[in-house]
Design a protein around this ligand. Structure first.
Ligand SMILES: Nc1nc2c(ncn2[C@@H]2O[C@H](COP(=O)(O)OP(=O)(O)OP(=O)(O)O)[C@@H](O)[C@H]2O)c(=O)[nH]1
Length: 190
C-alpha cells in the first residue's frame, strides 16, 4: 500500500512501476483508494503484488484507515521538494503504528529527486529520520524511474521470503538490499 501526503507522487510511482511511464501534466488527486496488480519474478518465483494506491487528502483518511490492517507492506512517501510532506512523516508513522499490523514491512521513500533545483529536503534528513525509526530508506523519481523498480522488488523479496521461509535459504536483509539504490537525480526520461 502506498501512503503519504497528497501530491507526493504515489499514483505516479505506481504507474511508473506498472507501465514504465510517467503521468506528466495536470495533477488528478486519487479519490479514496485504487489498486493495480503486477507479477514479478523474484529469485525464480512468481510473486503477484496487489498494490493499493491511497488518497493522500485528509478527507479520505477514514477510508484508508480501513485498509491498513490487511496490508503486508507499506511504502511511505514524501516529496523532496515539499518540506511539509516530510514534516508530516512522523504523523504518518503514528497512524501506521495505530492501524497497521505490527510486523508490516515498511519503507520510507523521498520522491521527485529529479527536481534537483527545487529540492528542500536533504538526503541526509531522510536518512536520519529513517534511521531513527529503523526503516529502510531510498530516494526515488517517478519521473525518471530512478529506484522505482528497486523499491518494489525489495518489498516483493521481503514478502516472498516471509511467506516461504525455506529452511536453507539465507535470511533476506531488506536494509542491506536497499543499498543497491542509485544516488543522484536520475534525470529524466518520460
Ligand atoms: N518532477 C516530478 N514530479 C512528480 C513525480 N511524481 C509525481 N510528480 C508530480 O506530482 C503531482 C502529484 O502526483 P500524484 O502521483 O498524483 O500524487 P499522489 O501522491 O498520488 O496524490 P494524491 O492522489 O492526492 O494522494 C503530479 O503533477 C505529478 O506529475 C516525480 O518523481 N518527479
Amino acid at each position: 500500500m502506498l501512503v503519504g501526503d497528497s501530491g507526493v507522487g504515489k499514483t505516479c510511482l505506481l504507474v511508473r512501476f506498472k507501465d514504465g511511464a510517467f503521468l506528466a501534466g495536470s495533477f488528478i488527486s486519487t479519490v479514496g483508494i485504487d489498486f493495480r496488480n503486477k507479477v514479478l519474478t523474484v529469485d525464480g518465483v512468481k510473486v503477484k503484488l496487489q498494490i493499493w494506491d491511497t488518497a493522500g487528502q485528509e478527507r479520505f483518511r477514514s477510508v484508508t484507515h480501513a485498509y491498513y490492517r490487511d496490508a503486508h507492506a507499506l511504502l511511505l512517501l514524501y516529496d523532496v521538494t515539499n518540506k511539509a510532506s516530510f514534516d508530516n512523516i512522523q504523523a504518518w508513522l503514528t497512524e501506521i503504528h495505530e492501524y497497521a499490523q505490527q510486523d508490516v514491512v515498511l519503507m520510507l521513500l523521498g520522491n521527485k529527486v529529479d527536481s534537483a533545483q527545487d529540492r528542500v529536503v536533504k538526503r541526509e534528513d531522510g536518512e536520519k529520520l529513517a534511521k531513527e525509526y529503523g526503516v529502510p530508506f531510498m530516494e526515488t523519481s517517478a519521473k525518471s524511474g530512478l529506484n522505482v523498480e528497486l523499491a518494489f522488488t525489495a518489498i516483493a523479496k521481503e514478502l516472498k521470503h516471509r511467506s516461504m521461509k525455506l529452511p536453507n535459504e539465507p535470511k533476506f536483509k531488506l536494509h542491506d538490499y536497499v543499498k543497491k539504490e542509485v544516488r543522484g537525480s536520475g534525470c529524466c526520461r518520460s
